[in-house]
Write a protein that binds this ligand. Structure first.
Ligand SMILES: CC(C)(COP(=O)(O)OP(=O)(O)OC[C@H]1O[C@@H](n2cnc3c(N)ncnc32)[C@H](O)[C@@H]1OP(=O)(O)O)[C@@H](O)C(=O)NCCC(=O)NCCS
Length: 283
């Protein structure tokens, strides 16, 4: 049983500490989870401890636990998990965080955001993280078009697609959206290439900022490739800016290989690598 009476005076502080810890996660663009632990004597310990560029995201609960242990704490009575700048209504702690907290106590009371409210649940009662669901967007209504435009703008700034472009791509190419539960977490648009009809050109591919660094980009890209295979597409072609290390790393480790480097591809100073993924070359 959760002793809400005992914990409620501490909940606000626990949530604030978890949020502050999430802001300390130092991986640009990544979805940053922070964890705060409440010790039996009322002390609060949070992780990650500081700005360590090499610290993996999964260390948030481990770091909080390590600092509690360093302080001689033997009893942890509750935890809070927060994500920096996340507008989602429900926050699902990652499997890594859950695993670490379960090591403390499989029934540890945990404060999480659920449907817009902070609630106290037992770790064992947390709903499973939903599967990534991919949807092909067909004839988007004006509201969805406006949402897709806003997400594209957020991901690509002035190079983002407008509602008009998105409507054309949904009609003449393919627009995919990825969902975790009710949250749209990623988007992608493709066109079949006139000169090489076997191949599709990836016009845009993004994971929304607060969901990055959690494996969703890779999962989404593989799901998009599966959908394209079903449409008898032989492979994908795309361009990447030379300084876009996360994207280059994702694409080169998925199946894409470098084909060319074109200076000024999208206009002056907009150099791009061209990468191609031939599905038939897969092992
Ligand atoms: C590129 C992008 C889609 C990656 O999405 P993501 O969900 O963060 O990626 P994942 O968590 O699935 O990580 C997949 C791989 O991407 C690379 N990656 C992700 N974040 C990274 C980072 N901050 N630094 C270096 N590589 C990174 C790694 O190779 C990673 O594999 P690993 O975890 O096995 O090391 C995302 O950063 C994004 O939307 N960026 C802005 C839009 C954009 O640039 N799109 C590409 C245009 S061509």
């Amino acid at each position: 049983m959760i002793d809400e009476g005992r914990l409620s005076p501490q909940m606000g502080r626990l949530i604030d500490e978890a949020k502050a810890a999430a802001l300390r996660v130092n991986r640009a663009g990544a979805r940053a989870e922070g964890v705060a632990l409440l010790a039996g004597d009322g002390a609060v310990f949070s992780g990650p401890a500081g700005a360590d560029p090499d610290s993996p995201l999964s260390s948030a609960a481990d770091a909080a636990l390590a600092s509690a242990r360093d302080a001689g704490v033997t009893e942890i009575v509750a935890a809070a998990v927060a994500v920096a700048d996340d507008p989602a209504e429900t926050i699902y702690p990652s499997a890594e965080i859950r695993g670490c907290l379960a090591g403390i106590d499989p029934d540890l009371p945990v404060v999480v955001k659920k449907q817009g409210r902070w609630v106290l649940l037992l770790l064992s009662q947390l709903p499973p993280r939903p599967e990534l669901k991919i949807v092909r967007v067909v004839r988007p209504d004006p509201r969805l078009l406006a949402v897709l435009e806003a997400y594209d703008l957020q991901a690509f700034g002035r190079a983002g697609l407008r509602t008009y472009d998105l409507a054309v791509l949904a009609e003449a190419g393919a627009v995919f959206a990825a969902y975790l539960g009710d949250d749209m977490v990623a988007g992608c648009q493709l066109l079949r290439m006139l000169e090489e009809p076997g191949f599709s050109y990836v016009v845009g591919f993004y994971v929304r900022p607060q969901w990055r660094g959690k494996g969703l980009g890779r999962a989404f890209l593989l799901a998009v490739a599966d959908e394209m295979r079903k449409l008898d597409v032989e492979g994908l072609l795309l361009t990447v800016a030379p300084d876009n290390k996360p994207a280059l790393s994702l694409y080169r480790s998925t199946g894409f290989t470098d084909e060319a480097f074109v200076p000024d591809f999208y206009g002056e100073g907009e150099d791009r690598h061209i990468l191609r993924w031939r599905f038939d070359l897969e092992p």
